[in-house]
Design a protein around this ligand. Structure first.
Ligand code: ACM
Ligand code: ZN
Length: 525
């Protein structure tokens, strides 16, 4: 049986099998496909030689598109036809999923290519810092399921996680906080365990290379102009009010409200020229580090309260002829976009940036908001492009009973109100792993894994069948085990036992009501 996730476009199983010798694979290749030795090592996980009768022949052909492949397995050997490294890599990933314990691969012909060019996964490392080992594991998961964009959320209120050489306090001060709010929004229960950590630029380069070898491009996100409390703890001159603040140990805005805190800052002052220079400095270093063309500047959930009270912001609005604070943010967004273009970059912003009237059409909007946003269709009408991460379908930090595996699996842009005439302007889909309430790698993978598999198929496969997907998903348990991806105690066995659920929930530190929800969804037909 061709048991592959995501489901290939056309797969025909034939009589017989080819047996790969264990340990070392021989191959021949066309140099136009790139480094096939690395390709074999990163996909099949074995060494390779270029001598003798090849097990695998890599054949370059312009007849297939970027990321597309043809795979032919016969009793004589394996042929891979591709036009680029990614296509060849995906052919081998398909093989990896087909090989049985005796190194046998069923004879087959597979012709496969993705539905979307953007099949993304995000990780928020500000709220909790997981480190390079977990990131590499997430990249391994992505590669195994042909996800090709890693969106790395590296800065937010609760921690700045990327070295910026020109502004060292961003990490010296901004990467450390004294504790964390626990459980849920509004909870007053705090842990006093410090959270800290960041990536040096050298460490980031290594992770970029690791991803690249697996067909994955990395998009850094530096969230401007709000979600900047960690930067403002380091450099308070960047805020409207230059007050001393710590990196917050709470998430969201409910806590400062309920504590009666007036003195915390999360927005940059958009009236100060030094703030614009600061943003450009950060962009300079980050743009140089990350080779991929796309650069995410956030732009979500920007409160306007500080700007309303700030003389400098108000004066900026006057000189630039801006009617209100939303337009002030729009002015800043377009300024960043213009600057990014000078660095050869394409800007991505969360869909809130579209609220300003004249946002450049070449800004890519990432649509996440739970409520429908009419500005998204307007942006598409103006020639803009979108990435779809709608809250109800792609927020993997949410309960499974709200963001269900089935919902993710059957997602279509029209569910988010995208008119079908704009289908060609949808770059693709992306799953989000926000980590306010996720502080271990185990819990991260548990929340991400089954919906991540659904995302992979939603982003790749044109025809979808949930019951068939669930069957293939169970066959993947040994692979997930081998990768060390924690998917939760026996959720793939679809046990209905309440007792087991409770036990597993306790082990995970989840409350059982939440866990029940997650389990129920796993057992949906
Ligand atoms: C977001 O969830 N604030 C993008
Ligand atoms: Zn200001």
């Amino acid at each position: 049986m061709i048991n592959v996730i995501p489901k290939p476009r056309v797969a025909v199983e034939e009589e017989g099998f080819y047996e790969l010798s264990s340990g070392v694979v021989s191959f021949s290749y066309d140099e136009r496909l790139g480094n096939m030795r690395q390709c074999i090592a990163c996909s099949l996980g074995v060494k390779s030689v270029e001598t003798g009768e090849p097990d695998i022949r890599f054949i370059y052909t312009e007849k297939v598109k970027v990321e597309e492949y043809l795979l032919k397995v016969t009793e004589e050997g394996i042929r891979v036809y591709a036009s680029d490294y990614s296509g060849a890599f995906y052919a081998l990933i398909t093989l990896k999923q087909l090989i049985d314990d005796e190194n046998k691969i069923p004879c087959c012909k597979i012709s496969d290519r993705p539905l979307y060019s953007w099949r993304g996964m995000q990780l928020d490392e500000s709220r909790h810092f997981f480190g390079a080992e977990t990131v590499r594991k997430l990249l391994d998961f992505m590669a195994m399921y042909k996800l090709n964009r890693f969106h790395w959320h590296l800065t937010d209120d609760q921690g700045w996680r990327i070295e910026i050489k020109k502004h060292p306090l961003l990490t010296e001060i901004g990467s450390k906080r004294k504790g964390s709010q626990l459980h849920h929004w509004g909870s007053l229960d705090m842990s006093h365990v410090p959270v800290e950590g960041y990536y040096t630029q050298d460490e980031i380069k290594q992770i970029i290379a690791y991803a690249k070898a697996r067909g994955i491009e990395i998009i850094p996100e530096i969230d401007f102009p709000a979600h900047c409390a960690s930067a403002l703890a380091a450099y308070n001159n960047l805020a409207c009010r230059e007050i001393d603040c710590e990196v917050p140990d709470f998430f969201g805005e409910k806590i400062p409200e309920s504590r009666g805190m007036k003195n915390w800052n999360r927005t940059l002052c958009l009236g100060k020229d030094e703030v614009i220079s600061f943003a450009y400095d950060v962009i300079d270093e980050v743009a140089e580090l990350f080779p991929f063309a796309y650069f995410h500047v956030g732009g979500d959930e920007a409160p306007t309260g500080e700007w309303k009270k700030c003389d400098k912001c108000q004066s900026r609005m006057k000189t630039e002829g801006l009617k209100n604070e939303t337009e002030l943010q729009g002015w800043f967004t377009n300024k960043l976009n213009a600057y990014l273009k000078t660095q050869g970059k394409i800007m991505i912003g969360w869909n809130e940036v579209l609220a300003a009237k004249k946002i450049d059409a070449d800004v890519v909007a990432q649509y996440w908001t739970p409520l429908k946003d009419k500005n998204v269709n307007k942006h598409l009408k103006n020639g803009g492009e979108v990435i779809l991460s709608n809250h109800k379908y792609f927020y993997f930090d949410m309960l499974h009973s709200y963001c269900t595996v089935k919902g993710t699996y059957y997602y279509e842009p029209k569910k988010a109100g995208i008119k079908s005439k704009y289908d060609n302007s949808v770059l693709g889909v992306e799953g989000e792993n926000w980590t306010e309430w996720t502080d271990t790698a185990e819990e991260l993978f548990f929340k991400m894994c089954n919906r991540g598999l659904a995302l992979a198929e939603c982003g790749w496969s044109r025809s979808r069948d949930y019951a068939d997907f669930i069957e293939r998903l169970q066959e993947n348990k040994p692979l997930l085990d081998k990768m060390g991806i924690y998917y939760g105690e026996d959720w793939l066995t679809l046990s209905k036992s309440k007792k087991k659920k409770k036990k597993a929930a306790k082990k995970l530190g989840l409350d059982s009501k939440a866990y029940d929800g997650e389990y129920e969804i796993s057992i949906a037909k």
